[in-house]
Design a protein around this ligand. Structure first.
Ligand code: G1P
Ligand code: ZN
Length: 544
């Protein structure tokens, strides 16, 4: 088979964001676009030559074509073996699990996560290292630089490889191992959780679940694990058929995008646990009967209860949360006398802490939680954590939460997103805030006393690498906090995220609506950043 060298020229702005390169499908379908990026991965990751690469994606539109393109580039760049999920499918956590389990040198994951899919929607490609985790900033920067200088890539003329049968096929000298996308992941879950106990709770009727696969990649994983292996009744998984366009829906597990699940969980006869995962299976939303668990609270509750689960029975080395995630888990860590790390937004910052054994659990406010079992956040894993906790404690989600609040107090939390605003307006807003920062401490904002104000600067405790300008952080006396940052994953214009939290230590004074409880902080946040003046918006597009 002849390797062909194709002349090419750079595309401006092929810079991977917090979760890889994410663009519209049309952009990815331009001749040489995907090829340039993937060649840059091979050029900057020499270990792949002669090594093993894992390849798979969330099944969205363009997944199939992209997998074939990447296989051709892999064969001509000297990759020895590619492990690919049947049909080109691997959820993000499964890909991380397979990279580790097969001792691969790296993995290419095709996904735009929770962004919509289809010909007019989004696609993405991301490179993960041999640890199974997303490439750190230095590696993505090297890939980016390479895309901006690239002049050629290598491919072969070959027909599409049949990926529909499990087994071994070849492409030139390269071996392609087509695997069941679910098997390795399901086995890993079985090694962490008390499947017998959860199954017994399902059988006795003490536990029931509704899992919303959002027409995305997790449906087959959830059916195998929840229905087949754990015996949850048939139909426990809804929207479980993966579709290329996610049925036109937005595969983002939150209160807005999982309406069927949310309505079901408000019924008096709702299942014990309601859950949803996103396009590529790494995010999760947890609901109880009449109860919603904020992702920040979920992380705190998992840390509090992890010792009840076989895989974590020895206790936790430490925990980490992204900076905008609420500080609920900090209080649990203090009680457990374990360290709690604060990292910039994006899963990749947890990797070093996990590899070094500094932490066991970590999470983000954006519906992501995970542990040292892989190097990605993991939606179904979080669902199994909750199911295992409920099976052991023989109680409801609502009770687990109230108990947590009684012990640690309650953190109210909300995130306001302003989407698709002009990039220069967003940057001007952030710069104006930055300019004011040094004068803010000690000042009053709408009667609220500012304690500290800074632009989050992270020094990685393991390798000393620095990430600065990671978000403007304003802490108020009394435990309130407001954070501003621009999204690194949007595909058009800029998205401003404003994160607001407040802490209430008296469990009897609980009002349920965070927008009401946090109203003073929200209005101070809007005034301080002059959001309407800069963006022309009078209200956020999405509130979570
Ligand atoms: C968002 C989330 C972040 C998450 C990332 C990838 O990034 O906020 O926590 O790691 O998606 O799922 P953002 O758009 O805010 O940069
Ligand atoms: Zn995702």
């Amino acid at each position: 088979m002849n390797v062909r060298r194709i002349d090419t020229t750079p595309f401006p702005g092929q810079r991977p964001g917090t979760s890889g390169l994410r663009k519209r499908v049309a952009q990815f379908r331009q001749p040489h676009y995907l090829e340039n990026f993937v060649q840059a991965v091979f050029d900057t990751a020499p270990a792949l030559r002669g090594g093993t690469l894992v390849l798979g994606g969330d099944g969205r539109y363009h997944n199939r074509d992209a997998v074939q393109t990447i296989l051709r580039l892999a064969a001509s760049n000297g990759v020895n073996r590619v492990i690919v999920g049947k049909g080109g499918i691997l959820s993000t956590p499964a890909a991380s699990c397979v990279i580790r389990g097969w001792a691969a040198q790296g993995g290419i994951i095709l996904s735009a996560s929770h962004n919509p899919g289809g010909p007019d929607a989004d696609f993405g490609v991301k490179y993960n290292l041999d640890s199974g985790g997303p490439a750190p900033a230095a590696a993505t920067e090297a890939i980016y630089r390479c895309t901006q200088e690239i002049s050629r890539y290598f491919t072969v003329d070959a027909a599409d490889v049949d990926l529909e049968e499990i087994g071994i096929v070849t492409l030139g000298a390269m071996t392609i191992e087509v695997i069941d996308p679910v098997a390795d992941y399901a086995a890993l879950m079985e090694s962490l959780f008390d499947f017998n106990r959860i199954a017994e709770a399902f059988r006795s009727g003490a536990l029931s679940v509704c899992f919303d696969g959002m027409n995305a990649v997790t449906g087959p994983y959830a059916r195998e694990i929840l229905e087949r292996r754990l015996g949850a009744c048939n139909g426990s998984v809804i929207r479980g058929e993966p579709l290329e366009d996610f049925g036109g829906a937005h595969p983002d597990p939150n209160l807005v995008h999982a309406p069927e699940l949310v309505t079901l969980m408000q019924q008096p006869d709702a299942p014990t646990l309601g859950a949803a995962s996103d396009g590529d299976g790494d995010r999760n939303m947890i609901l109880g009967r009449g109860a919603y668990v904020t992702p920040s609270d979920s992380l705190a509750v998992l840390a509090e209860n992890a010792h009840l689960i076989p895989g974590y029975a020895q206790g936790l080395a430490g925990v980490a949360r992204s900076m905008p995630t609420s500080r609920a888990v900090d209080r649990v860590a203090r009680a457990l006398e374990i360290p709690c790390y604060e990292t910039p937004t994006g899963w990749k910052y947890f990797g070093n802490l996990l590899d070094a054994g500094h932490i066991t659990l970590c999470g983000e406010e954006s519906f992501g939680t995970g542990s040292n079992h892989i190097r990605e956040k993991d939606g179904l894993w979080a669902v199994l954590m909750w199911l295992n906790i409920l099976a052991v404690r023989k109680t409801t989600v609502g009770d687990v939460l109230s108990h947590h609040w009684q012990v640690y107090g309650r953190t109210y939390y909300t995130r306001h997103d302003y989407e698709g605003i002009a990039t220069n307006a967003a940057e001007a807003l952030m710069q104006t805030l930055r300019d004011r920062l040094k004068h803010l401490a000690g000042e009053n904002l709408d009667q609220l006393a500012v304690e500290t104000a800074d632009d989050f600067h992270y020094v990685d405790p393991v390798d000393g690498s620095v990430a600065d300008r990671q978000g403007i952080r304003i802490c108020f006396e009394g435990g309130g906090r407001v954070i501003y940052r621009l999204s690194g994953t949007g595909t058009s214009g800029a998205t401003l995220r404003v994160y607001v939290e407040g802490h209430e230590s008296d469990p009897l004074r609980h009002d349920l609506d965070p927008q009401r409880v946090l109203a003073d902080y929200i209005s101070a946040a809007n005034h301080l950043a002059q959001i309407t003046k800069f963006t022309g918006r009078v209200a956020p597009d999405v509130i979570t």
